[in-house]
Design a protein around this ligand. Structure first.
Ligand SMILES: [Zn+2]
Length: 215
């Protein structure tokens, strides 16, 4: 199988391959390696590349309407986007004056509810964040900083509620444990026993985090 890839030379020590969820393949390599070495390296990884590219292609095909901004997920429900003279969620569609309104609309509609959910789960779990806010992230769903401020990507409001719950629990657990150690995952499983399944499912929606930019 042939794939196109670009080569980025950096001060790194080893070669590595990155495949974006939109199937853009980039090979990172040190300045010293030859073209032949790069080709051999990519060849040695071809089975893995094919697997990832195929999985992405299937997901991209399924979500074609989302990627082309014809439809949008709202709490896990796929709704048509209808261009109108208002920005508004309806039960069966999302009405928009322009695509650039998406971020503000989601934040206005769902931020307060998210904060309520986070603080009620904080009470339940005794895991207390310093502060809760919502912003636009590319490539991640949320973040717990060193001061235990939880910052969530507004695109999480596109996911079904159980996935949102998993993201919240994950970040709350980071207030106690700032890494992904065994102890961390044990803590997550105490509050979300289905975390493994949800974590795998969430990967299918990672592409959403790189959409809705520069609209
Ligand atoms: Zn984490």
């Amino acid at each position: 199988m042939d794939y196109e890839y670009s080569i980025v030379r950096t001060a790194c020590k080893n070669m590595s391959i990155h495949i974006s969820n939109r199937n853009v393949i980039v090979v990172h390599c040190p300045y010293s390696v030859s073209r032949a070495q790069i080709v051999a390296f990519v060849d040695s990884k071809s089975a893995w590349i094919e697997k990832v590219v195929e999985r992405n292609a299937i997901r991209l095909a399924i979500n074609d309407d989302v990627i082309e901004y014809r439809k949008i997920y709202v709490n896990g429900k796929l709704l048509p986007i209808i261009m109108a003279d208002t920005n508004n969620f309806a039960p069966d569609a999302v009405y928009l004056k322009s695509l650039s309104a998406i971020e503000r609309l989601f934040k206005e509609q769902f931020t307060e509810g998210l904060k309520e959910t986070v603080y009620s789960l904080a009470k339940e779990t005794l895991l207390h964040p310093a502060n809760v806010s919502v912003k636009n992230y590319v490539g991640r769903w949320a973040c717990c900083d060193a001061k235990n401020n939880l910052i969530f990507n507004y695109k999480m409001f596109m996911l079904r509620p159980q996935l949102q719950h998993y993201i919240i629990i994950h970040e709350l657990c980071h207030t106690l444990c700032h890494n992904h150690s065994q102890a961390f995952w044990k803590l997550v499983s105490d509050y979300e026993p289905d975390w493994k399944m949800l974590r795998a499912e969430l990967k299918n929606y990672d592409f959403l985090t790189s959409l809705y930019q520069n609209l």
